[in-house]
Design a binder for this molecule. Structure first.
Ligand SMILES: [Zn+2]
Length: 249
């Protein structure tokens, strides 16, 4: 029984953006893929629908074969420090770097290439969830107990799912809404494949994310954070497209 409880607990921790979040990001990224990237991704996946595969890396957490991947979904930047590497906790940065290099070299067999590609699609998205770049003290906000419209939860889950679900859009609607009014110039500027720039940005917004007052979160927290949430989703989509375009140049 005890091991079952531990299993249940760990499997619900640090999932990354919930299903809708990953789909929104996948949809935005797909719309910004180069023809070459689309072609190469289709060879591996049979299609280039990134929304369809964005959640795979979370789903396989139920498979013991993939137990070693559980700390690939986040990284840590301690207060007042720059990124110090995976020793601080979490291998997301290391894995995205390693996997993009492997895909560029094109030396893997088709099955491994497909797995690695699906990880890149997922982990780049996770790194835009501010609490997937943790501060090393509270397991990415999982230990910060809060209520969400009177329901007991934690700050990590608020950012994984509650905020997004609150908007009540389908993933295709939200992907479209978030991009409304973007100029071509803004889109071009967003297509940035530099991993550390978006990791540092996720960490730099912690003051806003942790501004939770008495921990009873509802309308006011939504009002204060909707813009930030949408900014993270938007950038995740464009950064992911840029990384994939860069791999398949
Ligand atoms: Zn994840």
């Amino acid at each position: 029984m005890r091991s079952l409880i531990i299993l249940l607990l760990t499997s619900t921790l640090l999932l990354g953006w919930g299903k809708t979040g990953h789909r929104v990001i996948g949809k935005i990224a797909e719309e910004n893929l180069s023809p070459m990237a689309k072609e190469q991704i289709t060879l591996l996946l049979g299609h280039s629908d990134l929304a369809r595969v964005g959640n795979w890396a979370d789903e396989i957490k139920s498979d013991p074969q993939w137990d070693h991947s559980h700390d690939w979904h986040y990284c840590t930047i301690e207060e007042g420090q720059g990124y110090q590497g995976p020793e601080s906790g979490g291998r997301a940065v290391q894995k995205v770097t390693e996997f993009t290099n492997l895909l560029k070299k094109g030396i893997l067999g088709k099955k491994d290439q497909t797995d690695v590609l699906r990880f890149v699609i997922h982990l780049v998205a996770d790194l835009h969830q501010p609490l997937h770049v943790g501060n090393g003290t509270d397991r990415g906000g999982n230990d910060v107990k809060v209520s969400w419209f009177k329901e007991e939860t934690n700050l990590h889950r608020v950012w994984d799912s509650h905020l997004i679900d609150h908007m009540q859009y389908s993933y295709t609607e939200y992907a479209q809404q978030i991009q409304l009014g973007l100029t071509q110039e803004q889109k071009t500027n967003l297509l940035n494949p530099d991993i550390m720039s978006f990791v540092n940005e996720s960490r730099s917004v912690h003051d806003r994310v942790y501004d939770i007052g008495d921990g009873k979160l509802s309308w006011k927290y939504v009002y204060k954070n909707q813009e930030l949430l949408e900014d993270r989703l938007l950038k995740a989509g464009y950064h992911l497209a840029a990384i994939l375009n860069d791999i398949y140049e």
